[in-house]
Design a protein around this ligand. Structure first.
Ligand code: PMP
Length: 470
């Protein structure tokens, strides 16, 4: 019970008074009724504790209700909440300076928004105004937002409506080294590699040439000769933590710039130390974007987003007033400023690297044992586990394993264009002990699913397990 309301009553309200699609995206058949969170833990109304390995889609960065962040919010709560865009208040300025200090030159001009969609919407507008061109390119499987403009960038039919979204958005092949036709066994920047050979010659990735070839074909066939820009997530999030061959973004950026376009790194999921080796995902690709968009982890769960760009692009954008009532409000800035301090003080980025590398290495061992695990990928604490051998695992099978993992006390995410990948993007304060607990749970859920399949399939095909291992 919550304030005298039973779970049934809450679900009734959800059915009647909330967006009907929320019923579909309630993550579990038996939904989790959340009550409280602390660091990497969540509790439901029945007092059950969950290890949170999804962080509300990589939204909680330093920890649920992190004491330092909560204290910063509390301090500001008693001072000023008011919009500060038409007056001057230090919070926005202090935060903008601090955020800019985390980005390389010339990325120094900060625009604060309330969400990732809003940040990408703004970046679309800036790219078009700055270049005088209209066409934007994204990778298939990407997610860049749900507003009518950004829906044109997003490449997943589940999020598309039968209406005109922003025209001039074209998707090119995602250079997915696991699912893509050319593989890429030692190509991606991850502690674990795929099992898909691509015939790499020393230091030269053959698969990358092919994927870049596809991009060139898109330029030759689908967009005008001059374009406005290219949006790319350093590691796809909703797409299932898909990673590209090492030089893909570098070569793509060059081709985009040759055609007059600017390059935008969507760091909504990968920013703020999540990829471990670097503070920003793009740094792992050895590129320098013209714009960086961010949200989610920026506020550790507090609604906020940002676009950081160059003074040159900011000047092109200064032709009309850009006003945002709540963007960069004092509460959001106090929280986000404390998040940056906490990442530094808690060693969050280093922890992301250490714990993430350990987790991925262990998951790769499971991949080598169980045939239903097709791929393990990612960096730091942006991890994907693709459940497939030749074909993606069915949505029903995915749900069964997913629900079982939850019932054993761990929350993970799902993603991928076919819903075929599990996603692990926890608050970045998780420990090696937490990982060991998750691995035991994951192994048990997979084993249970396979045992069940085995009894169902007695007269059918062989169980999907590699011979000799069990
Ligand atoms: N970009 C990426 C990479 C995202 O994952 C998301 C949200 N899943 C967005 C943009 C949009 O962010 P928001 O939901 O805050 O609008």
């Amino acid at each position: 019970e919550y304030k005298g309301k039973s779970k049934e009553r809450i679900m009734e309200i959800r059915r009647k008074n909330c967006n009907p699609m929320t019923m579909k995206i309630t993550y579990y058949k038996k939904p989790v009724f959340l009550h409280q969170g602390y660091m990497q833990w969540l509790w439901d109304f029945d007092g059950n504790r969950y290890l949170d390995l999804f962080a509300g889609v990589a939204t909680v960065s330093v920890g649920h209700c992190h004491p330092k962040v909560a204290a910063a919010l509390q301090r500001q709560l008693n001072k000023l909440w008011h919009t500060t865009n038409i007056y001057v208040n230090p919070t926005l300025h202090e935060y903008s300076e601090k955020l800019a200090s985390h980005l390389p030159d010339p990325l120094k001009v900060v625009y604060l928004t309330n969400s990732g969609s809003e940040a990408n919407d703004l970046a679309m507008l800036m790219a078009r105004l700055h270049t005088g061109n209209f066409d934007l390119l994204t990778l298939r499987g990407s997610y860049h937002g749900g507003t009518q403009q950004t829906m044109g960038l997003t490449s997943n039919s589940s999020y598309k409506y039968p209406i005109a979204t922003s025209s001039g958005c074209t998707q090119t092949m995602c250079p997915d080294v696991f699912r893509g036709p050319w593989g890429g066994s030692h190509c991606r920047d991850s502690p674990v590699q795929t099992t898909r050979q691509c015939g790499c010659a020393q230091g030269h990735c053959m698969a990358n040439d092919q994927y870049i070839g596809q991009l060139k074909e898109t330029f030759a066939t689908s967009v005008p000769s001059r374009i406005a820009g290219f949006f790319g997530e350093p590691i796809q999030g909703m797409g299932g933590a898909v990673q590209y061959p090492k030089n893909y973004l570098k070569e793509a950026y060059q081709l985009v710039r040759e055609r007059g376009g600017v390059c935008i790194a969507d760091e909504v999921q990968t920013g703020f130390g999540r990829t471990g080796s670097h503070f920003w995902g793009f740094q792992g690709h050895d590129v320098l974007p013209d714009m960086v968009t961010m949200a989610k982890g920026i506020g550790d769960g507090f609604p906020m987003g940002a676009v950081v760009t160059t003074p040159e692009i900011a000047a092109s954008f200064a032709k009309a007033f850009h006003f945002n009532t709540f963007g960069g409000g004092p509460l959001a800035c106090a929280v986000a400023s404390s998040v940056l301090d906490t990442i530094k003080e808690d060693g969050t980025q280093q922890n992301s690297h250490n714990v993430g590398t350990y987790l991925m290495t262990e998951l790769a061992k499971l991949r080598d044992t169980y045939e239903i695990i097709g791929d393990v990928r990612g960096k730091g604490l942006q991890i994907g586990v693709e459940m497939a051998s030749r074909d993606p695992l069915s949505p029903e099978a995915m749900s069964e394993i997913f629900e079982d993992i939850k019932d054993m006390g761990v929350l993970i995410g799902k993603g991928g264009v076919y819903g075929q990948a599990f996603r692990i993007q926890p608050p970045m304060c998780i420990t090696k002990e937490d990982v060991k607990f998750f691995l035991a749970v994951f192994k048990k859920a997979i084993q249970r699913y396979m045992d069940k399949e085995l009894t169902v399939q007695r007269s059918g095909s062989m169980p999907r397990i590699k011979p000799g291992k069990h």
